[in-house]
Design a protein around this ligand. Structure first.
Ligand SMILES: Cc1cc2nc3c(=O)[nH]c(=O)nc-3n(C[C@H](O)[C@H](O)[C@H](O)COP(=O)(O)O)c2cc1C
Length: 232
C-alpha cells in the first residue's frame, strides 16, 4: 500500500486467498490497491473484475406502493442467477433496527427507495449516514420519468447523504406508477384551468407511469447493479 492512502474497507472485492485487493481513497477517490488479507469466502473471477463475497450483500428497500419492491425483487433474482443469495428486506417492515442488523455484516449494500418530494423516503434517509465503510448501490422509483437527468439529480442528492467513507458504486432508477388520488387532483386542477399545458403534462406523465416498473425497467436496473458490482 502506498503511504498516505487510507484503507477504507476489508476484502469485499477479493477473496479466496491470502492476497486480497482492497480499496484505498487517495484524495477522496476510491482506487483499487493490493494488500494482504485473510479471507476464506467468495469466488475469484478475472483479475480486472471485482469479487463479491457471496454472503456479504444486503438488499434493503423502502416501498409504500410496491413499485420499489418489484425492482428489489428483480435485483434479488438477478443476484441469484449469479449464485449470490440476498433476501430483499423492506425497511419499514424490518424496522430501522432490523435494517441496521442486516447491514452490519455486509460489505455491499443495495439500497432502494421511492422518491418522496425530490429525494429518498425518510427511512432510507435515516440509514444512509450509517453506511460507513460500505459499498453502496442505490436504486429507486419516482413518479416522473421523462428525462434521465431527473433521475441523476435525485440520485446525486441521495448519494450526498452517504458518509465520506462509503464507496458509491452507482445507482439506477425508473418510473413508478402513482396512486389514483394524484390523477384526481390533477383532473381537479385542469377543471379549474382548462387547457393548462403544465397540468395536462402532469396527467400525461401519470398515465405514462401507470405501466412502470416494467420488465425492461427491472432489467436495466439489474444490469446496472451487476455492472456496478462487477459480476456480469
Ligand atoms: C407523498 C409522495 C411524494 C412523492 N414525491 C415525488 C416526487 O417528488 N417526485 C417524483 O417523481 N415522484 C414522487 N412521488 C411518486 C413516487 O415516488 C412513485 O410513485 C414511486 O414509484 C412510489 O414507489 P413505491 O410504490 O415503491 O412506494 C411521490 C409519491 C408520494 C406518495
Amino acid at each position: 500500500m502506498r503511504a498516505g492512502l487510507r484503507l477504507i474497507r476489508r476484502p469485499a472485492y477479493a477473496c479466496g486467498g491470502r492476497i486480497a485487493r482492497v480499496i484505498c481513497v487517495p484524495y477522496g477517490y476510491p482506487m483499487p490497491g493490493w494488500g494482504i488479507e485473510r479471507c476464506d469466502y467468495g469466488f475469484m473471477t478475472s483479475d480486472r473484475e471485482r469479487i463479491v463475497d457471496k454472503r456479504n450483500v444486503a438488499l434493503l428497500y423502502n416501498s409504500r406502493g410496491g413499485n420499489t419492491k418489484m425492482v428489489a425483487e428483480a435485483l434479488r433474482d438477478a443476484l441469484a442467477q449469479h449464485g449470490i443469495e440476498a433476501e430483499a428486506r423492506e425497511i419499514a417492515a424490518a424496522g430501522l433496527d432490523g435494517a441496521r442488523s442486516a447491514i452490519k455484516p455486509a460489505d455491499v449494500v443495495l439500497l432502494g427507495f421511492w422518491c418522496d418530494k425530490g429525494t429518498c423516503s425518510e427511512e432510507v434517509s435515516a440509514l444512509l449516514p450509517e453506511l460507513s465503510g460500505k459499498q453502496v448501490f442505490l436504486f429507486g422509483t419516482a413518479g416522473f420519468g421523462g428525462a434521465p437527468e431527473y433521475f441523476e439529480r435525485i440520485l446525486a442528492g441521495v448519494k450526498a447523504k452517504l458518509p465520506e467513507d462509503a464507496v458509491y458504486l452507482g445507482g439506477a432508477m425508473c418510473q413508478g406508477k402513482m396512486g389514483p388520488a394524484i390523477r384526481k387532483r390533477y383532473e381537479a386542477m385542469l377543471a379549474e384551468k382548462p387547457g393548462d399545458q403544465r397540468v395536462q403534462a402532469m396527467i400525461d406523465n401519470f398515465d405514462a407511469a401507470a405501466s412502470h416498473p416494467d420488465a425492461s425497467d427491472e432489467q436495466k436496473i439489474a444490469d446496472a447493479m451487476l455492472d456496478a458490482l462487477g459480476i456480469r
